[in-house]
Design a protein around this ligand. Structure first.
Ligand SMILES: NC(=O)c1ccc[n+]([C@@H]2O[C@H](COP(=O)([O-])OP(=O)(O)OC[C@H]3O[C@@H](n4cnc5c(N)ncnc54)[C@H](OP(=O)(O)O)[C@@H]3O)[C@@H](O)[C@H]2O)c1
Length: 188
């Protein structure tokens, strides 16, 4: 089982807009339904993992964002209206055990945010950090650091140009207990 953090980021390094929305949602390519590579990515995933702050807005979405995935949420309480199939826990190690117990071999999409990525990195459970840099400057918002420890060791794995001007960059993380197969892009 691999835990793959994948998130959008502006060219000036913000993972949220100044008003707190995930970076890629501000990209016209996202609004027009282009995928930012997410469809291919999710093809290898069976679960989504996130912090309560990232999870809560989904409860009032018109559309459930993770229709084909098991969903795990780290947070001190179970937000009102959380569907029965969503697993919540306040303890990251216990939640990780539940994810491992449920896993059927697919990857886990660690959706974010930075605090939850750091939490699972600190447990040695973060395998990749995958950034989709969207062609926008925000001038403000939330950065990956300082919530994510700047000493996180990153080893380049691959890069890919996406339609709409975004670029996907994949790093494997120091401390990860598993590794990705090499890709054609990483051999350039
Ligand atoms: N760019 C993207 O693709 C992307 C993706 C996802 C999220 N985001 C953005 O990221 C922002 C949220 O990020 P965030 O880092 O502030 O919040 P977060 O990681 O989504 O959630 C933080 C919450 O998770 C729980 N948590 C995290 N670490 C914990 C630990 N070690 N032990 C126990 N509980 C823990 C806590 O819940 P309790 O408070 O309940 O204890 C904490 O308040 C949002 O603005 C969202 O839009 C962007």
């Amino acid at each position: 089982m691999k835990i793959r953090a994948r998130l959008g980021m502006s060219v000036d390094g913000y993972v949220t807009t100044p008003t707190g929305w995930p970076a890629h949602t501000a990209d016209p390519a996202f609004v027009s339904g282009e995928s930012h590579g997410i469809r291919e990515f999710l093809g290898g995933c069976e679960a989504a993992l996130m912090g309560r702050t990232t999870f809560e807005p989904a409860l009032t979405n018109d559309r459930w964002p993770w229709p084909n995935l098991d969903v795990f949420v780290l947070g001190s309480h179970r937000p009102a209206g959380t569907p029965d199939h969503v697993v919540t826990d306040s303890d990251p190690e216990r939640l990780l055990e539940k994810i491992r117990a449920a896993n059927r071999g697919g990857a886990v999409h660690l959706v974010g945010g930075p605090r939850t990525i750091q939490t699972f990195h600190a447990l040695g459970a973060l395998d990749t950090l995958e950034l989709v840099v969207v062609p926008l400057l925000f001038g403000g918002g939330t950065q990956l650091t300082p919530a994510l420890d700047p000493s996180l060791g990153l080893t380049f794995h691959s890069e890919r140009a996406l339609s709409g001007g975004s670029v996907e960059i994949v790093y494997t993380c120091k401390g990860s207990r598993s590794s990705l197969p090499s890709s054609p892009a990483s051999q350039r």
